[in-house]
Design a protein around this ligand. Structure first.
Ligand SMILES: NC(=O)c1ccc[n+]([C@@H]2O[C@H](COP(=O)([O-])OP(=O)(O)OC[C@H]3O[C@@H](n4cnc5c(N)ncnc54)[C@H](OP(=O)(O)O)[C@@H]3O)[C@@H](O)[C@H]2O)c1
Length: 323
C-alpha cells in the first residue's frame, strides 16, 4: 500500500462503484476512503469495496491519508469539489463532462496551476490503448483524408427527477452526459477544433433537459461530422469514419470492449488491442503516471477546454435550458 497512490472517492453512486471495483486491478492505486452525504451510504460503499466510509465531502477532501480524489459527483458539483480538493492538496481525476461550462473549466485549471495539483478529465475511453491506436491510425492516414464522421451514444433509462441528469442546474441532458463523448472523439480524430457547429434537441416534457439531441460540426473546408445522443433511446454506440481511402466502422467503442474495423480496397481488417486491466484500472494507472511520474495527461487541458467550448455552443444552438 505504501508505494500506491491513495485514492478517495467523492460520492457513492453508480460510476463510483465501477471505479472502486476496478481499482484493485490497477498497478498503482489503492482505495482508502469514500465520502458521501450520509454516513450510511459511505459505510455501505466501504463494506462493498474497502477503505473507510467518510460522512461529508469536506471531510473526505481534507482526509490526510488521501492523495488523489476521484470526483464522481453530478456535473454541477465538479467545479466546487474539484477546487476544494486541490486547495486541500489533493490531485483530482474529475468525471466528464468536466464542468457546467468553459468558464468553470478555466477556473478549475487556474487552481490546478496555482496549487500544482494534477487535474484531468475522466474520459476513461481516451486512456485506453485501443482508442489511442485508433486516433494514431486515423491521423496517420490509414483511410486517407477524412471527409465524414458520424458518431452516436444513446442509452435507455427510465427518466427520473432523482437523477441529476434531468436537472438543468446540474448540467443535465444528453449532450452533456453522452454527446460529450461523440464531440470529444470527433475533435480528436479531426485533430483540430470545429469551425462551425449546430445542434437540435428534444426537450424532456417540453421545457426540461435535452433527453435526446443531434448535432453537426464542420472542421474547416474538408471534414463534415454529425452525432446523435440520447438518454431515452435504445442503445446505439456506433461511430463511422469515412475518408478518401477507406472507412472505419466501430460498433461499440466507448467502453473499449470492442475494437474497430478498417474497410479498404474491398478488404476488412479488425483491429483490437489486448489490455488485461479493466477500463477504470487503466485510467487510474494513467492518472498515477501523471501524478507520480510526471507523464503528460491523456486528456490535456486544451482538449478539455476545447470540448467544453464546443459543448457550450452546441447546447446554446439547441436551446437547451441552463441555470
Ligand atoms: N466515465 C464514465 O464511464 C461515466 C459513466 C457514468 C457517469 N459518469 C459521470 O459520473 C458522474 C456521476 O454519474 P453517476 O452515473 O455515477 O451518478 P449517480 O449514480 O447519480 O451518483 C452520483 C452521486 O453523487 C452524489 N450526489 C451529490 N449530490 C447529488 C444530487 N443532488 N443528486 C444526485 N446525486 C448527488 C451522490 O452520492 P452520495 O449520496 O454518496 O453523496 C450520488 O450517489 C457524472 O458526472 C457522470 O457524467 C461517467
Amino acid at each position: 500500500m505504501s508505494n500506491k497512490l491513495k485514492w478517495g472517492i467523492l460520492g457513492t453512486g453508480m460510476i463510483a462503484g465501477k471505479f472502486a471495483a476496478d481499482l484493485p486491478k490497477s498497478n498503482t492505486g489503492a482505495l482508502v476512503a469514500a465520502g458521501s452525504r450520509t454516513q450510511e451510504s459511505a459505510d455501505r460503499f466501504a463494506g462493498e469495496y474497502g477503505g473507510k466510509g467518510v460522512e461529508g465531502y469536506e471531510a473526505l477532501v481534507n482526509d490526510p491519508e488521501v492523495q488523489a480524489i476521484y470526483n464522481s459527483l453530478p456535473n454541477g458539483l465538479h467545479h466546487e469539489w474539484s477546487i476544494k480538493a486541490m486547495r486541500a492538496g489533493k490531485h483530482v481525476l474529475c468525471e466528464k463532462p468536466f464542468a457546467l461550462n468553459v468558464a468553470e473549466a478555466e477556473q478549475m485549471f487556474a487552481v490546478s496551476e496555482e496549487t500544482g495539483m494534477v487535474l484531468i478529465e475522466a474520459f476513461m475511453y481516451r486512456a485506453h490503448p485501443q482508442t489511442q491506436k485508433l486516433i494514431e491510425m486515423v491521423r496517420g492516414g490509414v483511410i486517407g483524408d477524412l471527409k465524414l464522421i458520424r458518431s452516436a451514444f444513446t442509452f435507455y433509462k427510465e427518466p427520473s427527477m432523482n437523477d441529476a441528469r434531468y436537472h438543468p442546474s446540474q448540467g443535465g441532458g444528453a449532450i452533456m452526459d453522452v454527446g460529450t463523448y461523440c464531440v470529444n472523439l470527433t475533435r480528436q480524430l479531426a485533430g483540430s477544433e470545429p469551425t462551425e457547429m449546430q445542434a437540435i434537441a428534444h426537450l424532456y416534457e417540453g421545457d426540461g433537459v435535452d433527453d435526446y439531441a443531434a448535432g453537426m460540426m464542420r472542421f474547416g473546408n474538408d471534414l463534415l461530422t454529425t452525432f446523435t445522443c440520447g438518454m431515452t433511446v435504445y442503445s446505439d454506440q456506433g461511430t463511422y469514419i469515412a475518408g478518401t481511402g477507406g472507412t472505419i466502422k466501430i460498433n461499440a467503442f466507448w467502453f473499449c470492449e470492442e475494437g474497430f474495423t478498417i474497410i479498404k480496397d474491398g478488404k476488412e481488417e479488425f483491429v483490437s488491442v489486448d489490455e488485461p486491466r479493466p477500463l477504470y484500472a487503466v485510467e487510474a494507472d494513467a492518472f498515477a503516471a501523471s501524478v507520480l511520474g510526471g507523464a503528460e495527461p491523456w486528456m490535456s487541458k486544451e482538449d478539455t477546454l476545447g470540448n467544453m467550448r464546443a459543448m457550450d455552443e452546441l447546447r446554446a444552438s439547441a436551446g437547451v435550458p441552463v441555470e
